[in-house]
Design a protein around this ligand. Structure first.
Ligand SMILES: *Cc1c(COP(=O)(O)O)cnc(C)c1O
Length: 366
């Protein structure tokens, strides 16, 4: 039996430290924000090579508030890809800006920079590349287009803690980087959590205000904000985990290298990862036209898998109002039909990885 993820294994590996840090929050009664959150923000910003990190109550809130902090809203357009978790698009929609889709490059599963310019209109204000599965989007051409067309870049780094593009940390390349600390993410809280990284002091200030009802001084509200604050317990858990994230990331990369070595050149078509990327493998995906049959076979063999994601956002019922149809973004549609996420978490053993590889090699359906 190989589980898809195992959060319990990680908790048990650091239980005494986590328990002590959480009890410390209870004793301090700083349940919301407070010193545990501030301490985590001070560690997470330099980890992302950014000046500031602002803790939020989710990754979705992080994207939403980054858009608000940038002054984007009703009447504006924001470009992203439909092959993402729905939150990227929901966050744009919640600010009353309009999501505009650009298809992915099928060889990277991230936004195709060559297709961005055609989607820009006089209303376009920002591009949100998604570092899907923990693989950095192709940032150089994205930043070049943004600079030339006077657009902001907000990175959806919810799956990409510690990832690098040409030696630069994800979350420090665009104007803002949005992270999720949902429990299953590479850096996971014990509940909901998120953060925005930035090196712009004005964005930092506005993000802090928006998460706290638009106030800098208690009961004086200069902006229309809301309640998007990170809890003390989550700050404490994340603060402990900062010591381990690099080791966990390297373990993911080692498992991915083992999968890659065995599966390259097979019908499972793992993505090629060039050496200028530090892919952090939130998800390790293979691709196969008979994906659903493959998943059923692996389930039967006791190997849990996932699908990230089965329906591209332009075909979700909730976004029918955007008026898209099947065929509009063919590479996203094909990826949604063909990708399968294999077991991936730091505590996997080489023997478990080999069990998955063995089952894939044995499958007669390929
Ligand atoms: C998880 C995720 C989000 C949302 O983060 P939450 O913390 O779950 O709100 C946004 N974008 C992507 C790509 C994600 O994977």
């Amino acid at each position: 039996m190989v589980p898809f993820v195992d959060l319990k294994a990680q908790y048990h590996s650091i239980k005494p430290e986590i328990d002590a840090a959480v009890i410390q929050v209870f004793e301090s009664t700083q349940f919301v924000l407070g010193s545990a959150v501030a301490g985590f923000e001070k560690a997470f910003a330099p980890y992302c090579k950014a000046e500031y990190a602002v803790g939020m109550n989710s990754g979705t809130s992080a994207i939403q508030l980054a858009i608000l902090a940038a002054g984007i809203g009703r009447g504006d357009e924001v470009i992203t890809t439909p092959f993402t978790f729905v939150a990227t698009v929901s966050a744009i929609d919640f600010t009353n800006a309009k999501p505009v889709f650009v298809d992915i490059d099928p060889e990277t599963l991230t936004i195709d920079p060559a297709k961005i310019e055609a989607a820009i209109t006089p209303r376009t204000k920002a591009i949100i590349p998604v570092h899907l599965h923990g693989r950095p989007a192709d940032m150089d051409p994205i930043m070049e287009i943004a600079k030339r067309r006077n657009l902001l870049v907000i990175e959806d780094a919810a799956q990409a803690h510690g990832a690098e593009y040409k030696g630069r940390r994800i979350g420090s390349i665009g104007d803002m980087g949005c992270f999720s600390f949902y429990p299953g993410k590479n850096l996971g809280a014990y509940g909901e959590g998120g953060a925005v990284t930035t090196s712009n002091p004005d964005f930092n200030k506005r993000l802090r205000m928006f998460r706290d009802w638009g106030s800098e001084k208690k009961y004086y509200h200069d902006l229309k904000g809301g309640n998007f604050r990170l809890e003390g317990v989550q700050g404490a858990v994340l603060g402990v985990k900062m010591k381990y994230i690099e080791g966990w990331t390297e373990a993911r990369r080692t498992h991915a290298a083992r999968y890659n070595a065995a599966l390259a050149g097979t019908p499972y078509r793992p993505l090629n990862v060039p050496s200028h990327l530090r892919h952090v493998f939130h998800v390790y995906a293979v691709r196969h036209p008979k994906r659903d049959a493959l998943q059923a076979y692996l389930t039967e063999k006791g190997i849990q898998t996932g699908i990230h994601y089965p329906v591209p956002v332009h075909l979700q019922k909730s976004f029918a109002e955007l008026g898209h149809k099947v065929g509009d973004f063919p590479h996203s549609e094909r990826a949604a039909a063909e990708t399968l996420s294999l077991p991936m978490y730091p505590e996997l053993t080489p023997a478990q990885v080999d069990e998955v590889i063995g089952a894939l090699k044995d499958w007669s359906g390929k």
